[in-house]
Design a protein around this ligand. Sequence first.
Ligand code: C5P
Length: 400
Amino acid sequence: MLQHKKILLGVTGSIAAYKSALLARELQRRGAEVRVIMTPSATEFITPLTLATLTGHRVYSDFTENKDSGEWTNHVELGLWGDLFLIAPATAQTLSAMVAGTCDNFLMAVHLSSRCPVIAAPAMDLDMFQHDATQTNLKTLQKRGVPIIEPESGPLASGLDGKGRMAEPETIADWLESWFQSQAPLAGKKVVMTAGPTHEPIDAVRFIGNRSSGKMGFALATALKQSGANVHLISGPVQLSDPLGVHVTRVETAVEMHAAALEAFKTADIGIATAAVADFRAKSSASEKLHRNEMPAAIELHENPDILADWGKQKRNDQLLVGFALESDDGVNSAKSKLERKNLDMIVLNSTADPGAGFGTDTNKISVFEQNGNSHIFELKSKEEVAQDIVQLIQIQLQQ
Ligand code: C5P
């Protein structure tokens, strides 16, 4: 959840400021971009050089860049840059200044100019933390929508033992991951998806299959996960590794995919069928490899279950169903008829007639038709970008 997140890290004058170096590192390790702002007193506990070196960016602590030339640091721009302003450690003094709206240093100016959420991780001695003034400030900030990452109990720099130690960098990073997760547009939504081809055995080594690579489905699973959804991906045989944080069930055949998909759909909010399910399976298959002279002249076929159509039959009013249609012509009528026939809310059409679209490629060109009559035509894009477009349309559908 921290991937590509822009985090302004505000460091104030507490001994816990030495942990800010580890915190900046941990946030970056999890994919965040970090810019550091320090109060003048924080620079007495840890040098800007340390934090600038670790983050690869200058540290901001003063209004002026160059006193001789009069160049100044734009606190407004910096305040607008972040997805989140994390003040860690936040001293009793800073918490009080946040409540009062004081603007007597650069960090407090950014605090007043920032439009992004502000989160504070207090650090101070136990009596300062327990003091009515601090507790009242914390409550006021929380009421204003500033979440507080609770300090921990343990030995304090004063030699006393109690609550006041800033949460450990890993704990803060975990906390932020859960917070971003809870803010994500699809937070709390459970998605079940099918992806890839299915392989229908003829004997121990041969199968009926198709050229689906699973790339579109896997890219979509990743995008959904990044939007906060809980994703269960049921995949046929593909050469792709599990997307991070996605629960993956690997299957071979349409019958296996059907069983897993129908079970998972019962508790899902959204079902998405990207799989290129083989329409037919061999009526019987040999458990050994058949020799050339044992191969039948013709293979009798049985129709496979239509997973998406069965989801459509089961669909409750609170569930959203998205299908895919791969056609070799323009396919609009065929896609629209599948939208109706399979009781879908949305169908994503791609055509092998479009260069760069369809199986195996890293790009795709889609058109989307919705049950409500809306349609959207997109340009050729990477499958990751196409996935983002689909996630956005799903979010809009959920809001309707
Ligand atoms: O094969 P067809 O063009 O009907 O596929 C349209 C949609 O139905 C796709 O979303 C595909 O994943 C789904 N489907 C399925 N089970 C099948 C055949 C298709 O879920 N047996």
